[in-house]
Write a protein that binds this ligand. Sequence first.
Ligand code: PMP
Length: 402
Amino acid sequence: TWSTVPAGPPDPILGVTEAFKADKDPRKINLGVGAYRDGQGKPYVLTSVQKAEALVDGSKPDKEYLPITGHAEFTKNAIKLAYGADSAPLKAGSIAATQSISGTGALRIGAAFLARHYPHAKVVYLPDPTWGNHIPIFRDSGFEVRKYAYYNPATIGLNFEGLKADLLTNAPEHSVVLLHACAHNPTGVDPTPEQWKEISDICKQRKLFPFFDMAYQGFASGSTSRDAFAVRHFVSEGHQIALCQSFAKNMGLYGERVGAFSLVTADPEEKARVDSQLKIIIRPMYSNPPAHGARIANTILSSPELYAEWETEVEGMAKRIIDMREKLYNVLTNDLKTPGEWGHIKSQIGMFSFTGLKKEQTVALAQKAHVYMTADGRISMAGLNSNNINYFAEAVSGAVKG
Ligand code: PMP
């Protein structure tokens, strides 16, 4: 029956982990996958999460199904975290929202909802480059996928002129524009607040639909409200945005699959209609979401003490990454005199850094130095720590010097 099914290519990111696992060298480093690691290179379960989980377990919850749109209190608290407690549509009760299977599930619900109900052409503009999964998520949901300029390899920074030109003149009115709310993956390059304001104005002028993916709230700057700047600015400017949230990174709940999808609507009556259609989208997809992770996240979001503890831990994770950026820059430039300009290592934001290394260099690094990263030269900063950073910097410096 399946004799004509062709073998598909391996996932570019998870494939890196496979190669890493097969490597027996004790010095090996995996900077492929975007999961936080502590100062010892180990997965990190936040203390606030451990406490919240103990409270959840202690309350001996039953294993009944959640409603189709999930844990209502969790969803309410999740959107409050993103939009801010004083958000006008939040206070007006006009944000339609549902729990989702982490950020990926939120994107998929959002794309499916727009594919069915957005009253214009189903064309989405994604930044070039973007998180690889955005492309099939929108394509499989029935969108035509196009790119807008984002990254400038020459400066290893934002191509803001190209971005503006694409959104102002190339994208037809009513196109959907996917925006990484903070900590752009894979580049680590974010617009400044001033640039965000311009992007908001352009979206208004050109009637573009802003679709935010916020997978790293708190991870970029260490502050959940600072990282929500773009989302909150757009909403305050009257944009009716779509928003995908993930608690994979900021609560370290990766495998628990905790997220939310929301849409700003005109009023509570419209919200109720949109909510009813979200249920109709979700029911045949997976019926209802898992309960455990949402209970943990909600316990944190609804307890002032755990919330404060969590915020400190998010800040700690962000700070450790920023420290690693500083250290890597110093070792590469001051100690090893590596040719080239490395300032981007410090200026880039969030979990990832686009090193500027070429594909051949990444292959050589894996083969000769047992250092693994994606072929585009992206490294997960969280995989670096005081034990491996010097070895890593020497390997990179060696690869650059050739
Ligand atoms: N969006 C972006 C930009 C991401 O980097 C990720 C995680 N790599 C996600 C969404 C979704 O991740 P998850 O489904 O684990 O929440």
